[in-house]
Design a protein around this ligand. Structure first.
Ligand code: TPP
Ligand code: SF4
Ligand code: MG
Length: 293
């Protein structure tokens, strides 16, 4: 493939940036104590340790408090429309496969309005990393129930408690065929840095759910501290049945890499078809002729 990277841009070998070098000039306006701060600082550390040149990194998002993420990263960023981060990130990766593309957002963005896109990004196995900051609520719009809110959650907008069963994001991603699935917690930064690195190093679609409490509208810090623990040491991340078993646990919520497998990526598959068509000089006239024969 012809490199689309400008030779003046730093290579991975040359990039030796500190976590702070990935901070943009935009000061985060999240509420003090918001879990998203923990995700952001783990992200700075992860990309620094991976030596990613800022010119090669793109962070895209939808809408929500978590959707502000790209503004705080010194890299390319795209704050898109609500629920549309996956088509956006897919398009960016397809347009320039040499970019490292991260999609970031919240549980509402991912599993309500954006839900239609998730199975398709997964089945295409686009080489992007999707970090979902799950606070089990719509933070930006002041605390409505989201698809991951627990049954009976009482908030201003649900005074008698919610009645819907929450969906299980990990089970969904595993059942749909995601090639990398993990879960972290914003209050476990050391582990989260490792998870972000592994997700980004994986070639294919990586789905990382991160518990990231909303201190203002649904403070779940104590709850997650009590119910989370690392995946057992004997869990084999190549064993999907084991991954599903641990993903189904709802009393203990396990953190770590649930599952990983290698499968051809959409960007590689598409590039191969494009190269074949190019070599055979196959274009629009040839396609049209098939319909007019
Ligand atoms: C098309 C559209 N519908 C609804 C909204 C209103 N809206 C903005 S953010 C949001 C939910 C955000 O929740 P989540 O994705 O969980 O992000 P959080 O704020 O919790 O990080 C909604 C419903 C919108 N901006 N656009
Ligand atoms: S409203 Fe909640 S999710 Fe939004 S910035 Fe504040 S604490 Fe974070
Ligand atoms: Mg949310």
């Amino acid at each position: 493939m012809i490199s689309t990277i400008d030779p003046r841009i730093m290579t991975f070998e040359q990039a030796n940036l500190a976590p702070n070098d990935y901070k943009s000039e935009v000061h985060p306006i999240w509420c003090p104590g918001c879990g998203d701060f923990g995700v952001l600082s783990s992200f700075y550390k992860a990309v620094s340790e991976m030596h990613i040149p800022t010119e090669r990194l793109v962070v895209a998002s939808g809408i929500g408090c978590s959707g502000r993420f790209p503004a705080f990263v010194h890299a390319y960023g795209f704050h898109g429309t609500h629920g549309r981060v996956l088509p956006l990130a897919t398009g960016i990766k397809m347009a320039n496969p040499e970019l490292v593309v991260v999609a970031a957002g919240g549980d509402g963005d991912a599993f309500s309005i954006g839900m239609g896109h998730l199975p398709h990004a997964i089945r295409r196995n686009v080489d992007i990393t999707y970090i979902v900051m799950d606070n089990e609520i719509y933070g930006l719009t002041k605390g409505q129930a989201s698809p991951t809110s627990p049954v009976g959650m009482e908030r201003k907008a649900s005074p008698y408690g919610t009645v819907e069963t929450p969906l299980n994001p990990l089970l969904l991603a595993l059942a749909r065929g995601a090639t990398w699935v993990g879960r972290g917690f914003s209050s476990k930064p050391k582990e989260l840095v490792e998870l972000i690195k592994q997700a980004m190093q994986h070639k294919g679609f990586s789905f990382l759910q991160v518990y990231s409490p909303c201190v203002t509208f649904y403070d779940t810090y104590d709850h997650f501290k009590q119910v989370t623990q690392p995946l057992p040491a004997d869990h084999n991340s190549r064993d999907k049945m084991s991954a599903m078993k641990y993903a189904m646990s709802d009393e203990t919520l396990y953190l770590g890499v649930y599952y990983q497998e290698e499968r051809p990526t959409f960007d590689e598959g598409y590039a191969a078809k494009r190269a074949k068509a190019h070599a055979e000089n196959y274009g629009v006239p040839q396609i049209l002729s098939r319909f007019t024969r």
